[in-house]
Design a binder for this molecule. Structure first.
Ligand code: ADP
Ligand code: ZN
Length: 722
């Protein structure tokens, strides 16, 4: 095979596949294969392994033989190749005898560039089979999911062992083994069993930065899944469950909630599976609920979430499954519902009969999975380290990093810690320093140290937080460990700069205030909630702001729970401050009341505890004053005009009186100005971009609106704006 320049390879990539550039090590792998060398390519799922053998296949004379265990995926691959004008076909047990004969004929006629073969199609007596292949003039062998040949791997398939003599039959034909399994032992095993000749290994990073990882306690998992799917209306995803029965049960539950979902598992016949797969590809089905062991054929680039209803048997499998999310590079979620009980159940499953060695391997892998779920720390870091890559302790996009940690300026605290190290003579370990900072009076604290100024200045952080900080300062090179029997901490150059205030320091620290996740009330009316959300989407689009800026989800949930029917009740719903009541109150109330009427519901506001008043009140007009009298009459139900007549004041003066109570918060604007007018005035205020002068607002609104009315709304606006 001749050598190609990088340029030529780029052109070929564009020509055959339409891609603009190579990813990861694709280029290097392809060059190695084209040189006729053996290759082991390790890339995460979705990393782009296929191109690594498909491009060499189309650029070489003869036919590339691809061994792949995934029958469902084979068809997709072949379809995709054909769609790119590349002749390819497959041989597997799903085909009729006639079909297989037709494919064999095509191959013999030299009409194919790639032939996919399922390992079970290789007969036990592989001599005849290999003779057949030899006559086809093979250009290369690609062994997909190569970890299947290793009993150390997580998906050992005995049929793959038939391939171990491949190199003996075809010593001159390059072999490329591909896998997403990064386990070192497995890699070595692949090379040995395939007898690869001085292979080059390419390992690309396993990090999938666009996927966020979440491990959640398994409580009402299906309810939470429904909730999640509702919040991600436009997205499609895969839910993995352990048993066929549970995939069907979950799919049925989801369908019952109006979510387009279907089960997918090995117990279904091929045509049923194909139709689910096709519907999923076409977005006719949003959610596929698949067994962990199966569902491998699902290849869809815009999968936005992968949810594990049950824990996986090992990290390799788990990572491979989550890898099916976000192949298009867009942000996606991987969510796992974890219960320790599931691990116990799985332990029984993972035992391989009569094979203690295999069982031990499986158990160890399960333990690692358990550790992933239980260890307090960045999930991504755990995964990356599992796959042999180093990764910092903060990724910013896993449940741990998002809920527990934040990266922030920690210069002041770091100074305390560093100066504590300095003052105590750079001889003590992190535990001692932490105790010292927290002002511990324990005996182990040297008495003289209790006299130091730094003793006890660190009560703002807990002991483990100080230790955690020391850890980071160590890995950042600000401090180091002294040698000797009792390793102490010592300051490095960088530390002095921090101490002198010459450098500031950002560290990953526990969040100052832990955010409370939204508590969902199970009793809310889901249909109404959906309608409210749609209303909110409409408002958000109209005003070109994000939906949450209109009103938060939990406000909608409260609406759908308590069913308020008037403005006063609405003001009791969390999230509805006066401003929001005035601006959006009527539209939301309309929807709620219409819905209640249509469904024969009555308000449940009596279940709602009163909202504590949130704002300190502005100065209240003195009781018994003239203003008070106006307010009293107004509250008694008199119109402003009537009050003016009664009290022989001008309308403007009465409006001024009421404006004062609006400013102090004692009178709600919604009681004074009808909603439509209120909205118009508010919008005009915003249009003028100021809320001091009434004149420009009046100029825009015209004669229909009085100065007094505008002033009242201005007072309201000022009050809620703060
Ligand atoms: P793997 O087999 O490693 O799981 P695939 O070969 O199926 O990954 O590739 C994953 C996705 O990435 C596919 O949708 C593929 O079209 C796309 N892809 C692969 N290589 C490139 C590239 N160089 N440029 C753009 N997209 C690519
Ligand atoms: Zn993280």
């Amino acid at each position: 095979m001749k050598g190609y320049t990088t340029d030529q390879l780029h052109q070929a990539l564009k020509h055959f596949f339409g891609y603009d550039g190579f990813r990861h090590f694709q280029l290097e792998v392809i060059q190695n294969v084209l040189k006729g060398e053996d290759t082991l390519a390790i890339m995460p799922t979705g990393g782009g392994k296929s191109v690594c053998y498909q491009l060499p296949a189309v650029m070489s004379p003869g036919i590339a033989i691809v061994i792949s265990p995934l029958i469902a995926l084979m068809k997709d691959q072949v379809d995709a190749l054909n769609a790119n004008g590349i002749n390819a076909a497959f041989l597997n047990s799903s085909q009729s005898q006639d079909e297989q004969q037709r494919v064999i004929k095509q191959a013999q006629d030299g009409d194919l560039k790639l032939l996919y073969i399922a390992p079970e199609r290789i007969p036990a007596n592989n001599t005849a089979f290999f003779e057949f292949i030899k006559r086809l003039n093979p250009s290369l062998f690609a062994i997909d999911e190569a970890h299947c040949i290793s009993s150390w791997g997580h998906d050992f398939r005995p049929e793959y062992l038939k391939l171990s003599v491949l190199k003996q039959y075809f010593p001159a034909i390059p072999v490329i083994a591909l896998t997403a399994s990064a386990d070192g032992v497995t890699q070595k095993d692949i090379i040995e069993r395939l007898e690869l000749r001085s292979p080059r290994q390419f390992v690309s990073s396993f990090n999938r930065p666009n996927i966020s990882y979440f491990v959640l306690p398994k409580k009402n998992a299906v309810g939470n899944i429904i909730e999640y799917i509702r919040r991600h209306e436009a997205d499609s995803g895969i839910i993995y469950a352990l048993s066929r029965a549970s995939t069907e049960e979950i799919a049925t539950t989801l369908a019952g909630q109006g979510i387009k979902a279907a089960a997918y598992h090995a117990g279904m016949d091929t045509s049923a599976r194909n139709s689910v797969q096709e519907a999923f590809q076409k977005d006719d089905i949003r959610v596929v609920v698949a067994t962990i062991a199966f569902g491998m054929g699902i290849d869809k680039s815009n999968v936005r979430f992968v949810i594990h209803h049950d824990v996986s048997k090992n990290v390799e499998g788990y990572y491979q499954e989550t890898g099916r999310a976000g192949r298009d590079g867009l942000p996606s979620d991987a969510i796992l519902f974890y219960s320790a009980g599931d691990i116990i159940k799985l332990k029984r499953f993972t035992m391989v009969d009569d094979n203690p060695q295999q069982s031990a391997i499986a158990l160890k892998k399960l333990e690692a999975m358990q550790q992933y779920c239980e260890s307090p720390g960045c999930r991504r870091q755990y995964l990356m380290q599992y796959f042999g890559e180093s990764f910092p302790s903060y990724c910013g996009s896993c449940d741990y990093c998002l809920s527990e940690l934040e990266e922030r300026d920690a210069t002041e605290d770091a100074q305390k810690l560093l100066s504590a190290i300095a003052r105590t003579g750079e001889r003590f370990g992190a535990g001692y320093i932490a105790d010292f900072l927290r002002g511990s009076s324990a005996e182990k604290i040297v008495p003289a140290h209790k006299e130091l100024k730094t003793w006890g200045v660190g009560k703002n952080l807990k002991k483990d937080e100080w230790m955690w900080m020391a850890q980071q300062l160590l890995s950042g090179g600000y401090i180091s460990r002294t040698d000797g029997e009792f390793a102490g901490l010592r300051l490095e150059e960088g530390a002095w700069r921090v101490l002198k205030g010459e450098a500031r320091l950002k560290l990953v620290m526990k969040k100052a205030v832990k955010e409370q996740p939204v508590q969902l009330d199970p009793d809310y009316d889901i249909k109404l909630f959906e309608q409210l959300r749609r209303l909110r989407v409409g408002l958000a689009q109209e005003q070109n702001v994000p939906a949450y800026a209109i009103i938060a989800d939990n406000a909608l949930i409260e609406l759908a729970t308590f069913l308020p029917t008037d403005f006063t009740q609405l003001a009791n719903i969390s999230g509805f401050g006066d401003y929001k009541v005035a601006k959006y109150g009527a539209v939301f109330l309309n929807l709620v009341t219409e819905y209640m009427q249509a469904n024969g519901l009555t308000s449940r506001m009596h279940f709602k505890k009163a909202k504590p008043s949130r704002k300190a009140k502005a100065e209240k007009p003195a009781a018994g004053s003239s203003m008070d009298a106006s307010l009293q009459l107004f509250l008694d139900g008199m119109s402003i005009a009537d009050i003016a007549k009664e009290r022989r004041l001008s309308v403007g003066t009465v409006e001024g009186h009421l404006a004062a109570f609006i400013a102090s918060g004692d009178l709600s604007i919604t009681k004074v100005v009808p909603f439509d007018r209120l909205r118009n005035i508010l919008e005009t205020i915003e249009a003028t971009g100021q809320y001091v002068a009434a004149k420009p607002i009046k100029d825009l609104l015209g004669d229909d609106y009085s100065f007094g009315e505008i002033r009242m709304v201005l007072e309201h606006y000022k009050r809620t704006k703060r």
